[in-house]
Design a protein around this ligand. Structure first.
Ligand code: MG
Length: 157
């Protein structure tokens, strides 16, 4: 069993879609980034890559590569699972946190978990998602950005 940690932050901007955990969430702003800026999937990819000793998301999917412009980050997660498999590992369990002042994540939690479960090939009960606010403090609390953290464990195939 090996463990990895991941973190990501993206700025909220008008005129962008908000995509978290592969789910499009209705909101007045979306996350800014080269890809679809799915902050949760980026943190999760980094946690899984970390657990596999495979570096980080920027090494595998650089934000300077035009192939990744506007890409659905579920593709990064799929690719990450393949990279892990090549090294002889598969995901075991996941715990993650999304810190967002708005919108509320709770209505989307089960859809996100279902989505992750399919791509990671693990049961939904092996995936935990926590939604927090920043209590109005700092840029996250002022709804300028959304942050995500993830911890992943992997086991030998
Ligand atoms: Mg990112």
């Amino acid at each position: 069993m090996r463990v990895g940690i991941g973190y990501d932050v993206h700025k909220l901007m008008a005129g962008r879609k908000l995509v978290i955990g592969g789910i499009e969430i209705p909101h007045e702003k979306g996350l800014l980034g080269h890809s679809d800026a799915d902050v949760l999937l980026h943190a999760l990819c980094d946690a899984l890559l970390g657990a596999g000793g495979l570096g980080d998301i920027g090494q595998h999917f650089p934000d300077t590569d035009p192939r990744y412009k506007g890409i659905n980050s579920m593709k990064f997660l799929e690719q990450t699972v393949k990279l892990l498999a090549k090294k002889g590992f598969c995901p075991f369990n996941i715990d993650c946190i999304v810190v967002a002042e708005a919108p509320k994540m709770t209505p989307y939690r089960s859809a996100i978990i279902e989505n992750l479960s399919t791509v990671l090939g693990i049961k939904p009960e092996m995936i935990n998602l926590k939604a927090k606010t920043a209590e109005g403090l700092g840029p996250i609390g002022q709804k300028e950005a959304i942050v995500a953290w993830a911890v992943a464990t992997v086991e030998k195939l």
